[in-house]
Design a protein around this ligand. Structure first.
Ligand code: M6R
Length: 621
């Protein structure tokens, strides 16, 4: 985690760096800091807490300089305080550096440096690395070479940006397993650096995505020079990145999360654009076209097994993907937590397809899982949001979900985008395999294309107000149970996760029928149960589960299909969603649960977009 920003050029660096940190704050907000170099004058300012605290504390200070680096931290080594905050400065005061990642052998390196007389102010692995670079400067005059030598001694993950008082004309950056993007200004007269493109895109759309184990030297007026860790010059591509800046603002909403919930109809339209084709006059002309399938058709159609690897919300989307693919394609699918998969000595065979689902495209566990799968001969299929991210680049093929940058730490639009992509994938594969009947294929496509409109209908109705009122009655509840079956079981898990992460209320998701095997013991009048009870073949069985809860004085909130009468007669509260196919229902049932967690968190006066202890992009194990 952590976000890093850098700038070198003719403008004042400080406002660019602060603006950039605000855009990257979703990556961590334990502390923030900035280092500015004006000629040979180095100023470093750091504060515990958010970027706004840093900005306020910088008022009236010397902020001059056209070269700077900045950092927003998600603490790994050492508590969140201003000493452990980045940038870290080398012993002589010559170098300043920001870092995202973890140096695993920092303890050994630190001891070695201490024996050579280096002293450390912080508990961080980053300070060890900047000292190691300074130590390498005792054997070479070339800073880039010192960086290369130091990085060759390091085990772990890093994206770094380094400034050197002796060379105020250059900014040095490097990466391994943590993301880093270089923005190339007009005529190469200035350079921008970011953990992702969001702090850069307002200045330039030309970007270089640094590869693993590369070091770049950025000097205005010259083309970027990129080197391998063998100190060899390497070629690179400058890519045009198209990012809608309006996606990076709250657009009048009080929080990114609620904006992103409301963005979902448009996001799904964007996700389906150029992929889902509907003929309203003749359903049999409906089709799906995914270029990712065209290019790897044989391997995908011959897959004997698929394994989905993901974490958190993306893992929940994977559970839905499993049901879709197994039902429509009749291919067995396993869903693994990426963190468990990578250490489980998994059985992977050359005919396997591994689907990696990730919003950020930078989740360390998911990235490691696909690296392992690739070594064992599997085809890697990425379902990713962040264009050009590490997982996207490490995949053989894949489908971007195209829902735009997701800033709220609690994932919302990425979930529905992922489910939408997995639905399109299952439909097209099932059709090509012949395991999905033609009429079901065409009919489901028509229904999928209607989902954005149905979402809009829900969001424009009184549902949000209704949930807001309910949330007030749940503000002081300490435990929740979320129950669903079939396609709604992963939605129950997702609803519970949303509530946990932003409201800090304990919540558990279960398959409804599992309740009687344990969780039923928890039921009493203080613990609400949320049932997702839309019409499908197991509807009557869910009704029985509800009666079991009522018999024990439990309170029920149920998400039901519009017009439902049976559940209405049992539940204390209901939220209606428009009717759709059972295979598509998670795209709608998740919305009230997203809204519920949002309103409960707001009612509890919590920081919805930056919940405690969490970061948007989990680039550490
Ligand atoms: O970027 P990814 O989709 O790989 O992230 C995976 C999880 O860290 C993420 O979904 C996390 O669980 C979210 N905070 C959930 O809202």
């Amino acid at each position: 985690m952590c976000g890093i920003v850098g700038y070198i050029g003719k403008r004042e660096a400080f406002p660019i760096l602060i603006g950039g940190l605000k855009k990257l704050e979703y990556r961590g907000y334990d502390s923030a800091g900035v280092a500015l170099l004006n000629d040979r004058n180095l100023n470093v300012y750091k504060e515990k807490g958010k970027v706004a605290t840093l900005e306020a504390s910088c008022a009236g200070k010397d902020l001059a300089g056209g070269l700077g680096i900045a950092h927003t931290r998600w603490a790994t080594h050492g508590e969140p305080n201003s000493v452990n905050a980045h940038p870290h400065v080398s012993q002589s005061g010559r170098l300043a550096m920001v870092h995202n990642g973890i140096i695993e052998n920092f303890g050994t390196l630190r001891e070695q440096l201490q024996q050579k007389g280096y002293e450390f102010k912080s508990e961080t692995d980053t300070e060890v690395l900047v000292q190691l670079i300074e130590f390498a400067l005792t054997t070479t005059d070339d800073v880039k070479e010192a960086v290369v030598r130091a990085l060759n001694k390091v085990i772990g993950a890093y994206a770094i940006a380094l400034i050197d008082r002796e060379h105020p004309e250059r900014l040095i950056v490097a990466r391994k397993s943590s993301p880093l993007v270089v923005g190339v200004g007009e005529n190469e007269g200035e350079f921008f650096v970011g953990s992702d493109a969001s702090p850069i895109v307002e200045f330039t759309k030309k970007m270089v995505y640094l590869e693993d184990e590369q070091v770049a030297v950025l000097q205005p007026g010259k083309s970027p020079e990129i080197y391998s860790l063998q100190n060899q010059s390497v070629d690179y591509d400058i890519k045009e990145v198209d990012l809608d800046i309006s996606m990076l603002t709250k657009g009048g909403f009080p929080h990114f999360m609620i904006k992103e919930i409301y963005d979902q109809p448009q996001c799904l339209r964007d996700c389906m654009r150029g992929r889902v084709f509907v003929d309203n006059d003749n359903m049999s002309n409906n089709f799906i076209q995914l270029s990712a399938i065209r290019d790897y058709k044989n391997r995908l159609l011959k897959a004997r097994r698929m394994i989905i690897v993901a974490c958190g919300t993306s893992w929940h989307a994977g559970l839905i993907g499993k049901q879709l693919i197994e039902q429509m394609c009749r291919i067995p699918v396993e869903v693994a937590y990426a963190s468990e998969f990578r250490y489980s000595n998994p059985v992977i065979e050359p005919g396997d397809v591994v689907i990696a689902i990730s919003q950020s495209g930078e989740t360390a566990d998911t990235l490691a899982a696909i690296q392992l799968a690739r070594e064992n001969g599997a085809l890697i299929f990425g379902v990713v949001n962040a264009v050009g991210s590490s997982i996207a680049r490490a995949s053989d093929t894949g489908i971007y979900i195209h829902v735009g940058p997701e800033i709220g730490v609690a994932s919302t639009k990425a979930f529905t985008g992922q489910v939408c992509v997995l639905t399109m994938l299952a439909l097209q594969l099932g059709h090509e395999l012949g395991s999905l009947a033609d009429n079901e294929y065409h009919y489901t496509i028509g229904k999928l294309a209607e989902i954005p409109e149905l979402m809009e209908e829900m969001l424009k109705s009184k549902m949000d107000d209704q949930i807001k009122r309910m949330a007030l009655t749940f503000t002081y509840v300490r435990n929740f149970l979320y129950l669903g079956r079939g396609y709604n079981y992963p939605v129950a898990l997702e609803g519970a996760l949303k509530l946990k992460e932003i409201s800090y209320i304990h919540a558990e998701g279960y398959p409804a029928a599992e309740m009687k095997h344990g969780p039923i013991a928890l039921i009493d009048s203080d613990m609400p149960t949320i049932f997702i009870a839309t019409h499908h073949q197991l509807y009557q069985k869910i009704i029985s589960n509800m009666k079991e809860v009522k018999a024990r004085n439990g309170k029920i909130l149920a998400i039901v299909t519009r017009g439902d009468k049976e559940v209405k007669a049992i539940a204390d509260n209901i939220i209606e969603i428009p009717p759709t196919l059972n295979t598509l229902v998670p795209l709608l049932t998740v919305i009230p649960l997203q809204l519920l967690s949002y309103h409960v968190a707001v009612a509890r006066n919590l920081n919805v977009d930056m919940p405690r202890n969490l970061a948007k992009s989990v680039t550490v194990e």
